[in-house]
Design a protein around this ligand. Structure first.
Ligand SMILES: C[S@@+](CC[C@H](N)C(=O)[O-])C[C@H]1O[C@@H](n2cnc3c(N)ncnc32)[C@H](O)[C@@H]1O
Length: 432
């Protein structure tokens, strides 16, 4: 491919070994069969239990990369006369996609790629001979992305055209390319330091212990790990609950609640409780957080975390107790377009119709919440989407239906090219 096709990547993570590459191809095949990215990676890593830490990091990274750049890689395959539809087996498609990714997007030599994918292995059956792969890789091709600027960006950054168009509707002027590129970058591990206000004392301890961490200027308690090779999950700070993993965008959304000591808050879509703990820390022991979710399974994790951290002011009542709340956070189920960096397979699974189904659900949830809330109560509506249909359009439709409510301030818009923390939206809605 020519240099103008080059995609920004954050460098290769981990190390490519032949057994590791076998695992990447197997995990990619599972994703193509419809397995969610996380399960495909964890299942494959469990099967290849002998792989070392660096191999495992490579497997997770490369598997995400193949979905992230799928469209571009298939265009590159087609330009070499080997379009995926012309290849006999899904295994051929997966191996060839991997080989193209490795050469074109990580800069590996044809020889190095062949040493990773050449027979014997990885992955059988396959019908593409080594010589065929090698010849195709060795060709120089120019990709034609067409003339339409949005479709060009979609092809270059491997997005479906409809999704790139929907993101373009909302993206800051002239930033579509940067937004799409950011959604393709491997995210940093971001954490929140507890208790609130202790970041400056904890940072030097972490640095002295060898963790490459830095403060995130956007929030007083957020820090980021610059190299995930350092296993911070095993550290005593993580075990003691002084560090909680949480995307910066997620932290900014929880911060939009402006929950204050002594307040009563309902976390209406609490899930596994990431924001529940944030809110519990903000309201303190004299406040209360009621956590609610329709998925009992997700709440189990939230309950375990609250118990571990001894946060006794979090409770999980059958009814969400909106009648008692000063504030309700609706961290709504959504398409997750803002977090495609972690779940890139969703690019190829989402449809416009699914986005509208999410919108319907989001409006239903907001209707239920506003009905239960007392006058003066605040709803913070949030998504990890960058699409108008799930963000401004929901707020507009909600306000049109509920004249008793008003928008409080400008919505929060976290653009992943501006802040390394995913793509998020949040709006404060006050019931008068
Ligand atoms: C974006 S996730 C929440 C993530 C969570 N707040 C966190 O920070 O980890 C959306 C959640 O909404 C829940 N949900 C879906 N429909 C719901 C409904 N009608 N009422 C309440 N929760 C719902 C889902 O089970 C899911 O856990």
């Amino acid at each position: 491919m020519t240099s103008n096709d080059a995609n920004e990547t954050r460098g290769v993570i981990g190390r490519a070994s032949r057994p590791g590459v076998t695992a990447v191809v197997e995990a990619h095949l599972l994703v193509l069969k419809g397995k969610p990215m996380r399960s495909a990676i964890s299942e494959t890593l469990a099967k290849h239990s002998k792989l070392g830490g660096n191999d495992r990091r490579f497997v997770a990274f490369a598997t995400r990369e193949l979905s992230r750049h799928q469209r571009l890689l298939d265009l590159a395959a087609k330009a070499r006369g080997r379009a995926p539809s012309s290849l006999k087996l899904p295994e051929d498609q997966a191996i060839f996609r991997y080989a193209l990714w490795r050469k074109e997007l990580t800069g590996a030599s044809v020889e190095a790629v062949m040493a990773e994918v050449g027979l014997p292995g990885p992955v059988r059956p396959r019908s593409m001979a080594d010589a065929v792969i090698k010849e195709a890789l060795s060709k120089d091709v120019v990709l034609d992305f067409g003339d339409d600027p949005i479709e060009r960006a979609a092809a270059k950054h491997s997005f479906p055209n409809w999704m790139a168009k929907a993101i373009a509707e909302q993206a800051p002027a002239g930033e579509l390319d940067a937004v799409l590129a950011a959604l393709n970058r491997e995210p940093f591990l971001t954490m929140r330091v507890r208790p609130n206000g202790t970041r400056e004392t904890l940072l030097p301890e972490l640095i002295a212990a060898g963790y490459p961490v830095q403060s995130c200027p956007e929030l007083p308690d957020a820090i980021r790990l610059n190299d995930e090779g350092r296993a911070i999950f095993e550290s005593r700070w993580m075990k003691e609950g002084r560090l909680l993993v949480m995307d910066l965008g997620s932290q900014l959304l929880a911060d939009l609640c402006r929950a204050a000591p002594g307040q009563t808050v309902v976390d209406y879509c609490a899930g596994a409780g990431g924001k529940t703990i944030f809110l519990a820390d903000a309201v303190g022991p004299n406040g209360r957080v009621y956590a609610h979710d329709t998925s009992a399974k997700r709440l189990v994790e939230a309950k375990e975390r609250a118990a571990q951290l001894k946060l006794r002011h979090i409770s999980f009542p059958k009814e969400p107790r909106l009648d008692l709340a000063d504030l309700a956070l609706v961290d709504a189920p959504c398409s997750g377009v803002g977090t495609l960096a972690r779940e890139p397979d969703q690019k190829w699974k989402l449809t416009k119709e699914k986005v509208l189904e999410f919108q319907k659900k989001q409006l239903e949830i907001l209707d239920a919440v506003v009905a239960g809330l007392k006058p003066g109560g605040v709803i913070v509506y949030g998504t990890c989407s960058l699409l108008r249909d799930e963000n401004d359009a929901v707020v507009e439709q909600f306000l049109a239906k509920h004249p008793e409510c008003r928008l409080d301030g400008e919505p929060l818009r976290v653009w992943p090219n501006r802040i390394d923390g995913g793509g998020f939206f949040g709006a404060r809605l006050v019931k008068q």
